[in-house]
Write a protein that binds this ligand. Structure first.
Ligand SMILES: *Cc1c(COP(=O)(O)O)cnc(C)c1O
Length: 401
């Protein structure tokens, strides 16, 4: 019996796992017990922003592990305070709430927005405007807010007051956002939905409408945040600022942690007792996140993300010019998507599996898009080697079509 079958015997079988069970990793390479080596162009789904076993992260974790693991949030937690200060000083936001995952960050942002609207404008101002094809996590509130009904339809009845508009559609935004809107939540790049970027015009429209109706503009930066797009936060690509963002994935570089960052103007949305988390701001998680953030916020790392992204896109185009599997290669920084031509409709998963057969890890984003979210500091040789293996995978995929 392989380890995949063992896993399914004891764990709820909710992940369609590949047949690879890594036991350790170094940088952008993963190894199993038999020393099979896989080049990691997936980065733990945009989480391992500094690769595997980064020495400074190991040191940060070890140092904190010898001091304090947990106190509860009734006491002041130094690593959490340090992280919050670091996030505030390097963003346009003023206040931080720490939690443990992306979906919890989204949950916290939506709850804050609803409470702010209710306290200031009354009970009718509770609507959440989200967009079709978006992904915001897996709690019931988050799947209801997300714009992909396959994640919510089996769990009805769903929370109310959530309206789904059309992404990048100005008319739809104009129609749906009004005086009863508490919050507009948007991924600046729809990631799980296929690496689809918001248009500048659309974002400007949302900013104008949110200002007009006193609604919170919330960017879900769980995937785009912490350097992924070549800037510390994806909102920095736009000439406007959101009021609130959610973060997770790369924030801990592999240690579970999430956060919301909010502007002063809306921070009264939460008061003592409004919200909370037992593990939120865990000292181990915060010590690691602070270390990760200090490395990623440097210009060398951020500029390197853009260079690496361009390199991957150029090499993919080169590979594709021969095979014609993809109709478009897009994305920003190291959040890269390649969408399949109609001929290969729905077959991105097969390509991902073919990649593993060639010892390269990639991802999908919807059934039609191959996604790459490697470490932000992946060495150039690993990009070359990884994509050479991916090219082999595409060759065998095309041959066996
Ligand atoms: C991954 C993701 C989430 C959910 O994060 P979890 O840590 O899995 O709860 C939410 N929003 C976006 C944009 C994501 O990419």
């Amino acid at each position: 019996m392989n380890s995949r079958q063992n896993f399914a015997q004891y764990c709820l079988d909710i992940y369609a796992q590949v047949d690879f069970a890594p036991t350790h990793g170094i940088g952008s390479r993963l190894y199993d017990a038999d020393n099979r080596e896989v080049i990691d162009l997936a980065g733990g789904i945009a989480v391992n922003a500094l690769g595997h076993a980064h020495p400074q992260m190991i040191a940060a974790l070890n140092q904190q592990a010898q001091k304090l693991w947990h106190t509860s949030n009734i006491m002041v937690n130094q690593p959490a305070l340090q992280l919050a200060q670091n996030l505030v000083e390097n963003s346009c936001f003023d206040k931080v709430f720490l939690c443990n995952s992306g979906t919890e960050a989204v949950e916290a942002g939506l709850k804050l927005a609803r409470r702010f609207a209710r306290e200031n404008y009354g009970a009718n101002k509770h609507n959440i405007i989200s967009f079709k094809n978006s992904f915001h996590g897996r709690t019931l509130f988050a799947v209801s807010t997300g714009g992909q009904s396959q994640y919510s339809q089996d769990f009805v009845p769903l929370p109310k007051g959530i309206i789904h508009g059309i992404y990048n559609d100005l008319v739809s935004a104009e129609e749906l956002i009004d005086e009863n809107t508490a919050v507009v939540i948007i991924e600046p790049i729809q990631a799980e939905g296929g690496i689809i970027a918001a248009d500048l015009e659309f974002i400007l429209k949302l900013r104008t409408l949110c200002d007009k109706y006193n609604a919170i503009l919330m960017f879900d930066e769980v995937q785009t945040g912490i350097g992924r797009t070549g800037k510390l936060f994806a909102y920095q690509h736009f000439p406007i600022e959101p009021d609130l963002i959610s973060l997770a994935k790369a924030l801990g570089g592999g240690f579970p942690i999430g956060a919301i960052l909010v502007k002063e103007k809306f921070s009264s949305g939460f008061a003592v007792g409004s919200h909370g988390s037992t593990f939120g701001g865990n000292p181990l998680a915060c010590a690691v996140a602070n270390c990760v953030f200090n490395i990623i916020k440097t210009p060398e790392v951020l500029d390197g993300v853009s260079l690496r992204g361009e390199l991957i896109k150029a090499q993919l185009s080169q590979i594709n010019s021969e095979l014609n599997v993809y109709s478009e290669i897009r994305g920003l920084g190291l959040l890269i998507g390649a969408s399949l031509t109609p001929e290969y409709n729905g077959r991105a998963k097969e390509i991902m599996l073919a990649g593993f057969e060639q010892n390269v890890a990639s991802l999908i984003a919807s059934a039609n898009v191959t996604r790459f979210t490697p470490s932000l500091i992946i060495p150039e040789v690993d990009i070359h080697l990884g994509l050479a293996r991916f090219q082999q995978a595409l060759h065998s995929f095309v041959q066996h079509k």
